[in-house]
Design a protein around this ligand. Structure first.
Ligand code: PNS
Length: 162
């Protein structure tokens, strides 16, 4: 049986930390579906289409990583896709409380889907989409923290292309 995991998130935008988690996930699962939550209420810097494009480009070398969007309950989407696990990255203690709540709620909603936490590589421990967006907005060099397409798109978004 092929073991499939869903790696859900906002990915606004994808960072090297996210890429690292998905790559680590492939050592455990046969296939990973990176799933962007389609949430029309929340405001994002990038549209869903832009986020899909950036994720697809970031994972183009990985045939066992697919990129999709979902709406509604994550556990329902996970079972529909035949996945046995939800994959989430854990950086520091600050992530723990929210991740713990999310995992326990998901377990309450569907006991068949397990949440698996993986530690990011130490070099990505401080990276987050929000802090990268903030640095990029003010012209900070974030090139080594994101896939090349994201660096390019952030520059375009903030009008920093010379
Ligand atoms: O990258 P994020 O924003 O931390 O990802 C959060 C995400 C998308 C994993 C979470 O908000 C989610 O799963 N939303 C879908 C609705 C749902 O099932 N929520 C959890 C139980 S209420």
């Amino acid at each position: 049986m092929r073991k499939i995991a869903i790696y859900p998130g906002s990915f606004d935008p994808v960072t090297n930390g996210h890429v690292d988690i998905a790559q680590r996930g492939l050592k455990i699962f046969d296939k990973i579906i990176v799933a962007i939550l389609h949430n029309p209420v929340k405001k994002f810097l990038f549209s869903v289409e832009e986020r899909v494009e950036m994720l697809k480009s970031s994972f183009e070398a990985y045939p066992n990583i697919e990129v999709e969007t979902f709406d509604g309950l994550l556990v329902e989407y996970a079972s529909k896709k035949g996945s046995i696990a939800i994959l989430r990255g854990m950086r520091a203690v600050s992530d723990f409380e929210y991740e713990f709540q999310l995992a326990l709620m998901n377990r309450r909603l569907n006991r068949e889907v397990q949440t698996v936490f993986l530690m990011t590589g130490l070099r990505w421990i401080f990276t987050s989409s929000s802090i990268i967006k903030e640095a990029a907005q003010f012209g900070g060099d974030i090139e080594t923290m994101v896939p090349p397409i994201v660096n390019q798109k952030l520059k375009e978004k903030f009008g920093l292309n010379s």
